[in-house]
Structures are given as structure tokens and as C-alpha cells.
Design a protein around this ligand. Structure first.
Ligand code: NAD
Length: 471
């Protein structure tokens, strides 16, 4: 939902796509084929609540099917609409391609304010939604695999998986019909924080490229860099926490629905998060200065601005006043197409959403693989790797005068567990994709920014798949 942009969210996504397609030499009609949303289904269904019936409206858009299954979250929001779902489904197509995850793009939404319903009511509504998706062929491990998004989480994903299992008792891979499940219910370690973790890895990768850092008028590494985060939900909270606690960045400001807290000395993300959990708002937090109009804080000077709340928050209405040196798009579509042009002219370096928030779908892919293989990562090879480590230590010990210290031995002896493998797989994915986007940017003089390069990278790879299908 964009507020003041002259283009809607969907138009913004398509305009960015077109810009990238124009920079590539594509066969006639191919760009249109890739850009077109293949199918979108609107569902209206009744749910028995409070002794009567309530009618809900939901959507599932399948943007592409060049590979299967199609993948994308389900959003529960009172302002959800079909155009938004189509835009998000399109972003999923490009995002999966950018990070080399073999899924097509899909997205779903239910028009609902989840806060107005009890847990039992939400379960009832979610199970009914799952039935509706299933009977229309929009749910299944090989067809269409939802995941959490705004307003949904692990619990809802396990209700969907359970409902699907009931409807398909002979489907041995039933749990792979949805990702983002709790670990004890077929989920994978590290999925909850995956998008925020991916944002951290993506920003780390930016700082590993000094030429990009200097393009943004910055120098050095992440340590001490001043960050403002908008949205302290799943993505924003984890990204801010990891960047602060592991990379030494300074969280200068946090923006939520009710306002923003700004603190020159830096905020402890965990303290702010706990305060928000307890009070439901940021106002009253004992440190820093509270600003009632949170959007004003988007315009404060900082090194990195991380919009992690919703789409369209940087538009032609405020782009001119943004002072951040880097905008790391953790949310989907936080910058409108027109605002992007303004930011580019101002020399602000944008790390695009299609790349930066792909950590969630990457780890969803790992979860899906785990469900299909019916074995947790590391189970087959951990002992073996530990035994290999022991052999290396023995060899080293026999060949050197001073035996290795216990710490070094413990490191060499440790076989990888699931969380280690998930993190290293995600980090590798984020590094590889960053490099691919950068190469696309560096090699094509028609491409002016990283968003266009990311789109071009996706179009090129999806185009190759279409090419091989229609040989
Ligand atoms: P969430 O519901 O957990 O968190 C969103 C947070 O933003 C909430 O704390 C909310 O109060 C706050 N917020 C909403 N509107 C705001 C506003 N106008 N100003 C300030 N704060 C506001 O959602 P999430 O899962 O963290 O998703 C955030 C964004 O990231 C969305 O754009 C979503 O599509 C995108 N995303 C999420 C994932 C994921 O794995 N969760 C993956 C990829 C992209």
C-alpha cells in the first residue's frame, strides 16, 4: 500500500522490472511472459464464530510456474488486497531466482486483523483457509508452499501443515506443504530469525566490497555505524539485534507504529523489544528521546536506514529529505519506483529487497529439503566429520612438539549441527547472490543501480529456464 507515490506497489515492481528488462537483450515477448502474473485466486469463505458466521476474503497469487513448487508467505492484515498480493508474488519470483532457490513465486493474504481474534478463533479461521487453498490446488509440497509473513507465524504454519496432513493422510511429504513450522513440527533450526539473519549477512557483504562502501560515502566496516530501523517485528528485531550484538553497529533509532526512539549513545535492541512486548508500544521507554511522528525519524542522518515494516514508506513525499547513506531494504517494497530515482540522484546506495530479505525463503528452502529427505541436517555426517577431525588432531599431535591446546582440539572435533549448517548455507547464498548482482551491475553500462541489477540477474536466469523449456 503506497500512500503518496504516483505508482502503486504493483506498478512500482513492474516499473523496476521493465527498467531491468530494457537493459537486457531479450527475445521478443519474453519479458512480458516473465512479468505476467499467471494466476490469482480470490476466496470468500464462511467461518462459524460466536454462534454465527463470519465471511473472510483471502487471495493466493501464483506469479510464475517455471519451476515448482511456487513459494511465498501468507499475510494476515486488515488492509490486504489483491494488487498487493500480486506485487508480493512477483517479488517472490525474482527473489528466489536472485538467491538461486529453485522455487517460483507466489503469495497469499487474508483480510483480517489477527489481534481481534482469540487463538482458538484464529486456528479455526486458518484451518478453513487451508481447506480453501487445498481444494483449489494452491497447497501442496510439489505445487504451492506457503510460509509466514506479516501477521502470521509458526503456530499458523503448523495448523496449515496439520490440516493438509488430515486432508492427505497418504502423502508422506505432507509436512513440506508449508515452511516456517516450529522445529518440533518439521521446522528447521534458524528459520524464525532467517530473514533478519539474511539482512545481517547482506549488509556484511556490502562492507566486504570497499568500492561499494565508498560509493555510499562511507569507509571502514560495520562497527560503530549508526543504524535506524523501522519496524521491530520479526525481521527488524532480528536484523537490529544481530547487527548490534555481533557486528558492533550502533542502533541510533527504532521506529514503530506509535513513534520512534532516538538515542545518540545507541539502543539495546533486546531492551526495546522486551519493552514493546510488555507495553505494546515504544512510548515510555526509559532511554533516548521519543518522537511521536515516527516517520520523521526516517529522515534523520544515519549511516544505514533499515525499513523493516511495510511497503511504500519512502515515496516521492519524503525521498528528498532522506539523509541515510545506505538504505537496506529489509521489508518488501519500502521504496516506491519514483522515490528510488530521487535516492539514486542523491547518491544513496540502496541494497534492494529482492536480494536483502531473501534469507527467509532461503532457509524455507532448507526446511522443505529437510522435510522431503525426512532427516535433520547433520544427522548422517556429523559423527563422521568429528572422526575426521580426531584423525587430523592425532596426526598433528604426532608431528609437532607441543600438542594442540584443548580449545583448538574442540574446534577441530566439532561436527556441524543443524543450526551451523543452516547459517553457513544462508551466508554462502547471500555472498554468492551479492557477487552475481554486482557482476551484472559492473558488466552492463545500461544498469545504474543495484535494484535494476538484481532484477536483471533474475530475468536472465528465469529467461534461460524458459529458453530451455521451449527449445
Ligand atoms: P511483523 O508483523 O513481524 O513486523 C512488522 C513490524 O513493523 C511490527 O512490529 C509493526 O508494529 C511495525 N510496523 C508496521 N507498520 C509500521 C509503520 N507504519 N511504522 C513503523 N512500524 C510499523 O512483520 P515481518 O515479518 O517482520 O515483516 C516485515 C516486512 O518484511 C514486510 O514487508 C514483509 O513482507 C517483509 N518480509 C518478511 C519476511 C519474514 O520472513 N517475516 C521475509 C521477507 C520479507
Amino acid at each position: 500500500m503506497s500512500t503518496t507515490s504516483d505508482l502503486s506497489f504493483l506498478e512500482s515492481v513492474n516499473a523496476s522490472f521493465n527498467l531491468a528488462a530494457e537493459a537486457l537483450d531479450l527475445p521478443k515477448g519474453l519479458a512480458r511472459q516473465i512479468r505476467t502474473c499467471n494466476a490469482v485466486c480470490e476466496m470468500k469463505f464462511g467461518v462459524e464464530l460466536h454462534g454465527g458466521y463470519e465471511i473472510f476474503t483471502g487471495w493466493r497469487a501464483t506469479h510464475s510456474e517455471h519451476v515448482l513448487p511456487a513459494k511465498g508467505g501468507i499475510r494476515y492484515a486488515p488492509f490486504a488486497d489483491q494488487q498487493e498480493v500480486e506485487a508480493l508474488a512477483a517479488l517472490m519470483t525474482y527473489k528466489c531466482s536472485i538467491v538461486n532457490v529453485p522455487f517460483a513465486g507466489s503469495k497469499g493474504a487474508l483480510c483480517i486483523n489477527p489481534k481481534k481474534y482469540s487463538l482458538e478463533e484464529l486456528e479455526h479461521i486458518t484451518r478453513r483457509f487451508a481447506q480453501e487453498l487445498d481444494k483449489r490446488g494452491l497447497l501442496g509440497p510439489g505445487i504451492n508452499v506457503p510460509a509466514p509473513d506479516m501477521g502470521t507465524g509458526q503456530r499458523m504454519m503448523s495448523w496449515i501443515a496439520d490440516e493438509y496432513q488430515k486432508l492427505h493422510p497418504n502423502e508422506i511429504n505432507a509436512k513440506a506443504c508449508v515452511t516456517g513450522k516450529p522445529v518440533h513440527f518439521g521446522g528447521v533450526q534458524g528459520r524464525v530469525e532467517a530473514t533478519g539473519r539474511g539482512v545481517q549477512y547482506g549488509i556484511q557483504e556490502f562492507f566486504r566490497h570497499p568500492e561499494d562502501v565508498s560509493k555510499a560515502n562511507l569507509s571502514g566496516g560495520l562497527e560503530g555505524k549508526r543504524i535506524i530501523v523501522q519496524g521491530l517485528g520479526n525481521v527488524g528485531y532480528h536484523a537490529a539485534k544481530f547487527l548490534e550484538e555481533e557486528d558492533g553497529a550502533l542502533i541510533h533509532g527504532i521506529i514503530e507504529r506509535d513513534g520512534a526512539i532516538i538515542c545518540d549513545q545507541g539502543l539495546h535492541t533486546e531492551d526495546v523489544y522486551q519493552f514493546k512486548l510488555e507495553h505494546g508500544k515504544l512510548e515510555g521507554f526509559p532511554e533516548g528521546t521519543f518522537i511521536k511522528n515516527g516517520n520523521d525519524a526516517l529522515e534523520l542522518p544515519c549511516d544505514i536506514l533499515i525499513p523493516a515494516a511495510m511497503e511504500g514508506v519512502i515515496s516521492i513525499a519524503n525521498a528528498d529529505r532522506i539523509q541515510a547513506k545506505v538504505i537496506a531494504e529489509a521489508a518488501n517494497g519500502p521504496i516506491t519506483f519514483d522515490a528510488d530515482k530521487i535516492l539514486l540522484n542523491k547518491g544513496i546506495f540502496v541494497i534492494p529487497d529482492t536480494y536483502l530479505n531473501a534469507g527467509g525463503v532461503t532457509v524455507s528452502y532448507f526446511e522443505w529439503l529437510k522435510n522431503l529427505s525426512h532427516v535433520r541436517f547433520g544427522r548422517m555426517d556429523r559423527r563422521f566429520i568429528e572422526a575426521q577431525g580426531a584423525k587430523i588432531i592425532n596426526l598433528l599431535d604426532s608431528g609437532i612438539e607441543k600438542p594442540l591446546d584443548e580449545c583448538a582440539k574442540a574446534e577441530l572435533l566439532k561436527g556441524p549441527d543443524e543450526i551451523t549448517l543452516v547459517r553457513s548455507g544462508l551466508q554462502d547464498t547471500m555472498c554468492e547472490a551479492y557477487q552475481e548482482i554486482k557482476e551484472m551491475h559492473d558488466s552492463n553500462p545500461k544498469i545504474r543501480d543495484r535494484r535494476t541489477a538484481a532484477f536483471a540477474s533474475a530475468i536472465r536466469k528465469i529467461g534461460d529456464i524458459y529458453d530451455s523449456m521451449y527449445l
